[in-house]
Design a protein around this ligand. Sequence first.
Ligand code: HEC
Length: 143
Amino acid sequence: MNARLALLGAMLALVAAGGRAATESPAAGTAQGVYSAAQADAGAQVYAGRCAVCHGADLSGTWEIPALRGRFVGNWGRTPLAKLYDYLGHAMPQFAPGTLEPPDNVAVIAFLLRENGAPAGGRPLPADRAALERIVLDPVTPH
Ligand code: HEC
């Protein structure tokens, strides 16, 4: 292959990659304060009413129901919140899946983040799947 052409091809590929990176908004992480304190409080109410019966008031679970702290961060860490949002939206509460409204879904996620050591920020977590796709659950140390 012509060396000049190969070099040109490589340069074009670099420009294309650079252009793509510039148009994508950077991913945020839950360590940066992606939910509001009021939203986590609202999520605590949702949790108490719809989740605590199985997962426990202190999120510690039982022998057959997973805890929602500690290992939870390992299971969902480094993945976009959209994945957790989808899971809660179609699988929880168990025996009544699909009944968690989007605002309650993100509120309960805010509560789970707070319980797992992520700090609150100034703005609530949006009930918007595309936005949640860009926020990654940072593996912070649970308190
Ligand atoms: C009737 C009992 C029950 C209720 C109510 C319930 N869950 Fe669950 N939950 C389970 C069980 C059982 C599993 C494990 C399911 C599996 O492994 O397929 C689970 C799994 C989960 C997981 C995945 C845990 C992990 O680390 O992989 C999350 C997150 C979760 N539940 C959140 C919630 C939230 C939030 C609510 C309230 C809106 C809720 N659950 C209500 C029984 C329940």
